[in-house]
Design a protein around this ligand. Sequence first.
Ligand SMILES: Nc1ncnc2c1ncn2[C@@H]1O[C@H](COP(=O)(O)OP(=O)(O)O)[C@@H](O)[C@H]1O
Ligand SMILES: O=C(CO)[C@@H](O)[C@H](O)COP(=O)(O)O
Length: 499
Amino acid sequence: MKYVIGVDLGTSAVKLLLVNRNGEIAQEVSKPLSLIQSKTGYSEQDPNLWVEQTMAGLREMLGNFEGDPADIEGISFSGQMHGLVLLDEHYNVLRNAILWNDTRTTAQCREIYEAVGEHRLLEITKNPALEGFTLPKILWVKEHEPEIFQEAAAFVLPKDYVRYKLTGKLHMEYSDAAGTLLLDVGRNEWSREICRSLDIEPDLCPPLVASSDEVGQVDAQVAEATGLSAGTRVFAGAADNACGAIGSGILEDGKTLVSTGTSGVVLSYESSNDKDFRGQVHYFNHGAPNAYYTMGVTLAAGYSLSWFKDAFAGEESFDDLLAGVDSVPAGSNGLLFTPYVAGERTPHANADIRASFIGMDSAHERRHFVRAVMEGITFSLNESIAIFREHGKRIEKIVSIGGGAKNDLWLQMQADIFDAKIVKFSSEQGPGMGAAMLAAYGCGWFDSLHGCADAFLKVEKMFSPDPENVERYKELFEIYQDVYGRTKELNEKLVNFRE
Ligand SMILES: Nc1ncnc2c1ncn2[C@@H]1O[C@H](COP(=O)(O)OP(=O)(O)O)[C@@H](O)[C@H]1O
Ligand SMILES: O=C(CO)[C@@H](O)[C@H](O)COP(=O)(O)O
């Protein structure tokens, strides 16, 4: 039997899937990653930890693999988007990576608008300037750490660095490049105009490739250290949300996915890049050829639940934490939560907003708080769904992926809040599967990603909306939407008290 490996470099962990020619997952390995948060709004990781944990994951996988390593024909990558990895002329890492959920760059976003113009930025990149994107992070280092910036010879995104360490070849591919704010999406090339306006050396931008391009081979040292066969073919891969779309079969108009990872995402396929969402949602290149997607992002989706678990449930597993939640009725007995523990993106691009519990009552127990957190995250995702529906999209069926999709009660809650059918595939690991599919397609196992999706993706379960809960959640959603406006000013006053 032949195999491919999909590596998903997430924020909470790097997850590896060994997938056979029938699309069956032969092995799944996960190695945790932690965040470095030295100040409120800061979020960093050490790129070398990504490499160590990926290598450790590969070693574990190959240690348990009973076949011939040469039967693993290809490997590809999915990666958390936007994180800035700055490299010197020898491609050594210059500082910790500044991640997608780091919001220190509000001033740099303003600077981008002033230099490029809001309208022109939208024209070139299809996106507004948001703190999470890469360009503001480059400008922040340039301004605050000029001695480091002076040494910079290239920047890449998280999975590009890991791929470089496996192959010795440095590239970026279009789906992730779209999230930098430096890509001219219409022309599929780096924007010299944006570089010029902000005095960024265009040579910092690495060569661009397509997601299924073969960009190198596993080098001899990595093979020795992991047990992989030297010469295993390496394919570029895609941004985690683009990979999630491939791994969920979001490959044609009308298809939608929801992901509850560290971030939360509602993603919709687009066959062209000329629609006008006025920057309300992100608009990026897909990992599939000549395709795009739009998405709304909840900055702290799974992260809000993991924050709650870390703060109040110590070492308990997610399954234990969620165990009592089915005994709490929809609406958590009048307890509402807004998931803004790290700020928010869609629909409120606001780095300063923070979370609230509204309606705490002495009758509430921990299980009510847990359910309220899950509902609040899902209400936030529903705000993105509402934007898509307002723009005329019919959303009746949604594929749900990410860590949150491991929990059936949460999937039923999604069906009830979104008022749509929820599809659960046999694996919730859409991005890892998407990466494996890019390798399978790159290896020539299939003529198209569509063909690969037909062969690989298997529906395990469907969740239908419960009419009574749908009505209850509609009422609660209106109250939820009110909370942002009512807590915004209070949070602005609290900014100076945060460390
Ligand atoms: N068993 C579970 N039930 C519900 N939610 C879970 C479970 N395990 C993990 N999660 C949620 O999934 C999140 C991690 O999802 P994942 O897709 O792996 O994230 P990332 O790709 O960002 O690393 C956690 O923050 C947590 O909120
Ligand atoms: O910033 C975004 C998308 O714009 C995030 O979706 C990141 O790509 C991180 O993803 P996860 O770690 O939650 O998968």
